[in-house]
Design a protein around this ligand. Sequence first.
Ligand SMILES: [Mg+2]
Length: 189
Amino acid sequence: MKKRILIAEDESIIRMDIKMMLEDNGYEVVGEAGDGDRAIELAYELRPDLILMDIKMPKLDGLKASRIIANQLDLPMLILTAYSQKEFIEKAQQDNILGYLVKPISETNLLPAIEIALHQAGKAKQLKEGVKNAEQQVEIRKLIERSKGILMQEEQLTEKEAFKKLRDISMSRRMTMESVATEILANQK
Ligand SMILES: [Mg+2]
């Protein structure tokens, strides 16, 4: 699957240049924005894998736009900047900003930066999913514990017997232990 990239850059020549470099190297440019407002709109609409965001743009500048996108959408971004805008960079420290590219943009600085940013974004996503999974597992375990307690009480079972019963029901009815536990809790006397 091609990685989907959104370019937000007000200078159309630079934008076209970047687009060509990306497409030549196997990326898909899913959207182009010429100002910060449009960048936010397109970010919502397209949910790209990465946003290239120029700092100096009309209407909303790239920093404000990136802050809004970071808060609301959690999408990774690479900031495009001129050397003279270096002082802005310090202001722009956010988790979703995975790097800065100083203009002029060439394949030699663009491609490695994109590779690294996409790699980092992938790792961050995995980490978040891992945390979410772990939290879900804890919830499932709690659910099973509670339903086991109900079985023990209502049917005078030992913990081991209650667990076995849960497992037997889940196997014979081809349901997950989680669904069986949910059902038991719902039907609690
Ligand atoms: Mg600009």
